[in-house]
Design a binder for this molecule. Structure first.
Ligand code: FMN
Ligand code: SF4
Ligand code: SF4
Length: 281
């Protein structure tokens, strides 16, 4: 059986969650392909039997960049499942992912959500030594993810014996009206400005290497000026903090992330995956 795991991830927590879920499918001898959603990437989903779709929570919903890209994909009526990570309040994230996938006729086999803490919030500790240990994906959620594949494969196996309509309803994520109202009013620039802050570049530190603009931004929000320093289009920015973590000299900051530790999982799960594209520049 072939499984596609499509996920958006800004700082690596959802990417880690996806790799834990992948392990559970691999244990059952499935072939699993992990694909990070990024602007301009194309995905051929025809050859897969099950599709997993995941994202972090940004302001109580799935990042708009992710749902925008997902809306252009054809899930070919395949069975799918959903996963998300959040700081503890996922809101409508799973519902948004569900709507993006359901559109092309497949059926939902269930969902899982995990909790992860990153360096983007103002209440995280400022630079200290040693680094705080609690950043990352919650350990219990990691373990649950490693069993999630069994649950999904069992459901798929038994699906013919079940009343599909009735059972399917239980597996569909719930829609929350209040968080959806929040999402209507706090969108794009204002959502990002209030949640993660506008980006600044310390020109005295910037070495003009161009990596932030060319290698990492998932939304194409960074361009280089004629003097080779980055310029931010906050309308396009999804607030993932990838550039803040990537910059080799910590020249990029926003108010909430100022003087906070760069996030380690980011290097393991985002930079390494994109290593080849970074090496080109
Ligand atoms: C812009 C932004 C908005 C966020 N909004 C929420 C939120 O509304 N609720 C929540 O529980 N966590 C929120 N978080 C935390 C992330 O959802 C969480 O840390 C997630 O695991 C990050 O995953 P990633 O590393 O794959 O990007 C937000 C993070 C960012 C960057
Ligand atoms: S990655 Fe950092 S040093 Fe390189 S261009 Fe961007 S801000 Fe400047
Ligand atoms: S500008 Fe930085 S924070 Fe905004 S989407 Fe691009 S990499 Fe993420």
């Amino acid at each position: 059986m072939k499984v596609a795991l499509l996920y958006f991830s800004g700082t690596g927590i959802t990417a880690k969650f996806a790799t834990e879920i992948a392990k559970s499918f691999k244990k059952q001898n499935c072939v699993v392909n992990l694909m990070r959603i990024k602007r301009c990437l194309k995905f051929d989903l025809l050859k897969y039997d099950i599709i997993g779709i995941g994202s972090p929570t940004y302001s109580f919903r799935a990042p708009r960049l992710a749902t925008k890209i997902l809306r252009h994909l054809n899930f070919q009526k395949k069975p799918f499942f959903l996963f998300c990570t959040s700081g503890g309040m996922p809101g409508n994230t799973l519902w948004n992912l569900y709507k993006s996938a359901k559109r092309t006729g497949g059926f939902c086999l269930g969902s899982i959500s995990g909790i992860g803490i990153t360096n983007v919030r103002s209440w995280m500790p400022k630079l200290t030594s040693p680094k705080p240990k609690y950043w990352g994906l919650n350990h219990g959620d990691c373990e649950r993810a490693q069993q999630f594949g069994d649950i999904i494969l069992n459901r798929l196996k038994n699906i013919n014996n079940l009343n599909i309509i009735e059972k399917n309803k239980k597996w569909i994520p719930k829609f929350q009206i209040l968080t959806s109202i929040w999402s209507i009013f706090f969108t794009w620039r204002w959502e990002m400005a209030t949640t993660v802050g506008l980006k600044h570049v310390d020109k005295t530190k910037c070495t003009m290497c161009g990596l932030c603009a060319t290698a990492i931004c998932p939304s194409g929000a960074i361009s280089l000026t004629s003097s080779k320093t980055p310029k931010f289009n906050e309308w396009k920015c999804v607030g993932c903090n990838g550039c803040v973590n990537l910059c080799p000299v910590s020249a990029i900051w926003s108010l909430p992330s100022k003087n906070h530790h760069p996030y380690d999982l980011y290097y393991q799960f985002i930079v390494c995956v994109d290593e080849t594209s970074i090496a080109k520049h």
